[in-house]
Write a protein that binds this ligand. Structure first.
Ligand code: ADP
Length: 461
């Protein structure tokens, strides 16, 4: 049963939040696996389109938090539930929204064509490259696309070895416009933008984790509501889960998954490394754990991620170390002491679940377990797509074939394979790159494509 697809089935995880009265107040969601969404679209259910009297492809304003709004084209999507609006991570960042937050969608008729807009790339996203950014990035992004933009929006242009992030600093006339083919798009490349804190796209998103669709749906259900709406659990008289155990071999994405949940829910992320904490001086390990839990509660909502938790909490029957005994019981005390409304979830990761102290796996502690196994062929393809999404691939590249031929590879291996292929491609293009120069010309970057040969080469190293 695929919990990730909410196609015809009722989506009970959010049913409780449904608001019949306001069909334009929708829960922000991501694309349903596969292709990432375009920066200029919002996917809505056919029901929502009708309720808001929207034509297909009509521009709408989306309103988020901190008085932020943006403009997108509304596209009807059969697989989207009535309660949701699907937008890309860039759009969510522009709206200062996390997944599961509410967005307000309104018709936006009479959006004028822009006379001119001015955009500036972020300094850190064009470091070490020079050349015609306009021809390489802006022209292809805007030509024939008729993109609606909002002054202050950021957008990422991909399709190259190197994605570049821009900000719209000015629009004329008004703050919301459509960029038509006769719009003067002015790129400011002399004075680059320094990134302010609020301009950061924080952490990895759900769309960066592949091959774990089912586990992702389960963990979202377990973690998102307790972190965001602890009251719901109180109302229903049940205790939200405190601990989740992820088990699977190294490099399968356990850390990535936990980080993505923190980033997408806006929770604070605290990492505890098992072996590291055990290597501390006597007494320090426990004190450190106590501090971690204190911080987590103080800065809630928080996710405490305990990597290699088996080092902290090995089976007490089988260890003779006094330190281990004390640390395990400290951890149990801390977990038991977490208030149900603390908005703290502890995620433990291990590749040896059976070597854990059984007391830790009991009800009210790590009582949910998810198997993050080695990905299958479909999973490998998903992961390959994620890690090659910013690479220009030659037409001869057959990712499905690579997915078939990489039996036994975990996510980390596939990520390494993709970057090795990119390096291989660069090695072969040394003639067009002047290594004496500090920067690389975009035209040179633009001329590079990763070929099937590069990928095959990478599989052999
Ligand atoms: P683990 O915690 O299971 O040892 P990590 O999350 O540290 O694995 O994975 C290391 C890196 O490998 C990640 O940062 C990511 O680049 C890549 N990776 C691993 N698993 C996946 C996955 N399922 N999807 C996408 N990338 C992955």
């Amino acid at each position: 049963q695929d919990m990730g697809s909410s196609g015809g089935k009722k989506d009970y995880s959010t049913a409780i939040l449904e608001r019949k009265k306001a069909p334009n107040r929708l829960l922000v969601d991501d694309a349903e696996g596969g292709e990432p969404l375009d920066n200029s679209t919002v996917l809505l259910s056919p029901g929502t389109m009708e309720a808001l009297s929207l034509f297909k492809g009509e521009p709408v304003t989306l309103r988020g938090k901190r008085r932020r709004d943006t403009v997108c084209y509304a596209v009807s999507d059969e697989s989207c539930p009535d309660s949701k609006a699907r937008v890309s991570r860039v759009v969510r960042a522009n709206l200062r929204l996390h997944l599961g937050d509410l967005v307000t969608v309104n018709r936006c008729p009479d959006l004028p064509n822009a006379k001119r807009i001015q955009v500036v790339p972020f300094e850190d996203s064009v470091q070490n490259i020079t050349g015609d950014l306009f021809e390489a990035y802006l022209n292809p992004y805007f030509t024939d696309a008729f993109r609606p933009v909002r002054k202050g929006d950021r957008f990422v242009v991909r399709g190259n070895l190197h994605p570049v992030e821009f900000k719209v600093v000015d629009t004329d006339p008004g703050d919301r416009v459509i960029v038509a083919n006769d719009t003067a798009v002015h790129g400011e490349f002399e004075k680059l933008l320094k990134r302010e804190d609020e301009d950061r796209l924080d952490g990895p998103g759900y769309d960066d984790v592949g091959g774990v669709r089912k586990q992702l749906a389960q963990i979202r259900e377990l973690v998102e509501l307790p972190l965001r709406h602890p009251k719901l659990f109180q109302t229903l008289g049940v205790k939200p889960p405190k601990g989740i155990l992820l088990y699977g071999p190294p490099g399968t994405g356990k850390t990535l998954l936990a980080r993505a949940i923190a980033a997408e829910t806006g929770a604070n992320f605290i990492v505890v490394n098992g072996p590291e904490i055990m290597s501390m001086m006597s007494g320090q390990s426990e004190a450190n754990l106590r501090k971690v839990f204190e911080d987590a509660e103080a800065q809630a909502p928080s996710i405490v991620f305990m990597d290699e938790i088996d080092a902290i909490a090995p089976n007490r029957d089988k260890t003779h170390g006094e330190v281990e005994r004390r640390v395990v019981s400290q951890l149990l005390t801390l977990m038991d002491g977490l208030r149900p409304r603390a908005q703290v979830v502890v995620i433990g990761a291990t590749n040896r679940p059976n070597s854990l102290d059984p007391a830790l796996r009991r009800f009210g502690r790590f009582d949910k377990e998810l198997d993050i196994g080695v990905p299958d062929e479909v999973g490998r393809l998903e992961i390959l797509r994620i890690h090659s999404k910013d690479m220009p691939l030659s037409d001869d590249v057959d990712l499905e074939r690579i997915g078939r031929d990489t039996h036994g590879f975990v996510g980390a291996d596939l990520a390494a394979l993709c970057s090795e292929a990119a390096f291989q491609c660069i090695r072969q293009k040394m003639d067009v790159i002047d290594l004496e120069e500090e920067t690389i010309d975009v035209a040179a970057l633009q001329s590079m494509t990763v070929t099937m040969g590069d990928l095959k080469h990478a599989m052999e190293v």
